[in-house]
Design a protein around this ligand. Sequence first.
Ligand code: PEP
Length: 252
Amino acid sequence: MVFATPVVIGNWKMNGLRADGEARVRQLLDLRRAQPGAGTLGICPPATLLSPIAAILGDGDILLGGQDCSSEAKGARTGDISAPMLQDAGCRLVIVGHSERRLGHGESDGQVRAKAVAAAAAGLVAILCIGETEDQWAAGRTLEVLDRQLEGSLPERATAESLILAYEPVWAIGTGRTPSAEEIARTHNHLRARLEQLIRGGEGLRILYGGSVKAANAGEILAIDHVDGALVGGASLDAAAFWAIYRAGQAA
Ligand code: PEP
């Protein structure tokens, strides 16, 4: 699958019960029907909502994704969900290496890479997240940190069809703060060049920015060179706000 830009993916995190999750998806479908537009739209609800939401989305073009997957296909892993299980529930995407997993659950680059490999084996597209902490950013170490994470967690055989990269500064997630447009441009330029060096076809791989993307700043962020879309947390919990971000990307 080649991803038309803008690629805008919503990460609902641990939010949503069945009634409000289903209502949000129906609202999104209505907005999509009213103004189809180009680009790729996806949502990653909590695991409990995947099957009911898959039934609502049907074969449509809004992609469904999980928020994490195990590196194993099955077995004694209480509480974990495997990539084949996500695929079976109707997913086509899965987020791996989100900073809330890396930092909150101590996931290493190697574990994240194994998850991305497992996702590809199950036919899912991995959305691989990387990002620096505030201290690293303040110390001017952003590119060095991203290089290390990328080299450690990008599968050797990643392709533009099997993986999307998401640059998410940890200090921008859920804080209302973002790097400047110049900083985002410099970082995405750097990531594009690194991808070209690291994997064949790296120039076609989509690179998303994530961290406090809102309707108000989406136009500016999505217009930056090598920003192919956005990974959206908080604002994706409001269908109209999420839709406005996607539409801002159409104009960019
Ligand atoms: C995220 O958690 O992936 C994210 C980008 O969150 P927010 O948009 O709320 O900063």
